[in-house]
Design a binder for this molecule. Structure first.
Ligand code: ARG
Length: 464
């Protein structure tokens, strides 16, 4: 059964039907389509298109279909799309009454409503998984308070930081991700039903009732926009792509830190995979896959934006191409978040390796310069003197700054005194960064507390 056909003197070619059909993927919207159809039936009853009795029959048919859908016995197949499938079954089971459901709606407003509902649910699920992951990072940061690692810029040793500080950097990214999904979700929460094909419909449907019954908090303002708008899908894909980029940066660090030359981190063996030829291997494949999938996620966002950019208003069939990327993105992101949380929860950090690495590469050189500033030397000159001190160390086979004698240092800058050595220990370097957002133990503990409070209060509120 087609939802059109009257004006056609010919049957659609099979290859055209196959090419234009979206059923193979939009069947995922079946649950949403039933819900939206139920709301529509109620609105039709309210304006007298369906009698109360007809409405009851439609309602019970839709509920049967919902059950069949869950059991996997819903008779889908051969239809142009999920909307046609639902309506075909209604007509098969209810005859004339089923045929009334097409009144005052179009698949254009219907598909927009279905997809919004779908993405609202997916956003909620993603947000839950994000909070799980954030919790893991808070636990890790708490457990490793006091552990010092080398911080990097340009991937070169830069300054010592607390491992907890580094972990909390990821918490901040995930927090922004969570907020982005919450914002995206609230923008999705507008019901396009009643927009019809593009102009609105010629029956006095109660749009607020439609919205409420199908699960929306509000209605869209303009019917032309409502059927052509896919900003909500782009919002979702952007939030998903950026979250994936964050996960990918973490994945890249996992890969590096798993390399024995770093040796900062060991994923639990159950989260690594082997090689078919090299018996010794336990590879971080899951992190590599996350890095790879992030590319695919960015691709979905770009595909959608490019697909939208050339379309005149209002609905165009191009829009059907929005779905596969969105479905895939939602599914991939769920699994990426799940596996990252599980892998990190069971991973082990090697404190000694981190500390050892932090002791190499003159990470305290900035502190040597800062020390001189404390003695009244302008930073530019202090930097020069500290740089010369590093040069001196390198010339002596790479000894650490602490091994230079006071005479050595004074030859570079007379303001050096005996107390210089106490500012050079890694603990002191970390402690010195004692301002909001800095890596001193006090600030990190404070940040950890704030992060926990945020997750408990705001995080819970957003995911409710
Ligand atoms: N399957 C279409 C989509 O996903 C909805 C159908 C709209 N088709 C139409 N000829 N107006 O966008």
């Amino acid at each position: 059964m087609k939802l059109w056909g009257g004006r056609f003197g010919k049957e659609t070619e099979d290859i055209v039907h196959r090419f234009t059909s979206s059923l193979s993927f939009d069947r995922r919207l079946a649950r949403q389509d039933l819900r939206v159809t139920e709301a529509h039936a109620l609105a039709l009853r309210e304006c007298g298109i369906l009698s109360p009795d007809e409405y009851q029959r439609v309602l019970s048919a839709l509920r049967d279909m919902g059950r069949e859908l869950e059991e996997g016995s819903f008779p889908i197949g051969g239809d142009e799309d999920i909307h046609s499938a639902v309506e075909r079954v209604l007509v098969e089971r209810l005859g004339e009454t089923g045929a009334k459901l097409r009144t005052a709606r179009s698949r254009n407003d219907q598909v927009a409503a279905d997809l919004r509902l779908y993405l609202m649910e997916e956003a909620a699920e993603v947000m839950h998984r994000l909070t799980d992951l954030m919790e893991v990072f808070l636990d890790l940061a708490e457990e490793h308070l006091g552990v010092i690692m080398p911080g990097f810029t340009h991937l070169q040793p830069a300054q010592p930081v607390l491992l907890s500080h580094h972990l909390l950097a990821y918490f901040e990214m995930f927090k922004r991700d969570l907020e982005r999904f919450a914002q995206a979700r609230s923008r999705m929460d507008r019901c396009p039903l009643g927009s019809g094909a593009l102009a609105g419909v010629g029956f006095p449907l109660d749009r607020w009732l439609l919205a409420e019954e199908s699960g929306f908090g509000g209605i869209t303002a303009n019917s032309v926009d409502a059927v052509s708008d896919r900003d909500f899908a782009a919002d979702f894909l952007y939030a998903a792509a950026l979250t994936s980029v964050h996960l990918s940066r973490l994945a890249e660090e996992i890969v590096m830190w798993m390399n024995p030359r770093f040796g900062f981190l060991r994923l639990d063996e159950a989260y690594t995979t082997g090689s078919s030829i090299m018996p010794q291997k336990a590879n971080p494949d899951l992190a590599e896959l996350i890095r790879g999938k992030a590319g695919r996620m960015v691709g979905h966002l770009v595909s959608l934006l490019v697909m939208l950019k050339g379309q005149p208003l209002a609905y165009n069939r191009d829009l059907q191409e929005d779905k596969e990327g969105v479905f895939d993105a939602a599914e991939q992101l769920r699994s990426m978040l799940e596996i990252t949380a599980a892998a990190m929860r069971t991973a082990e950090f090697d404190r000694e390796r981190m500390l050892e690495a932090a002791a190499e590469g003159y990470l305290n050189a900035t502190d040597l310069a800062d020390y001189l500033v404390g003695k009244g030397v302008p930073f530019l000159r202090a930097h020069e003197a500290a740089g010369k001190a590093v040069r001196m160390c390198l010339d002596r086979g790479g000894i650490p700054l602490e091994e230079l004698s006071l005479e050595d240092l004074r030859a570079l800058e007379p303001s050096f005194e005996e107390d210089v050595y106490s500012c050079l220990s890694l603990q002191e370097c970390v402690k010195a960064r004692d301002l909001p957002g800095g890596t001193s133990p006090g600030r990190v503990e404070e940040a950890l507390r704030e992060a926990r409070d945020w997750l408990e209060a705001e995080g819970r509120r957003l995911t409710r």
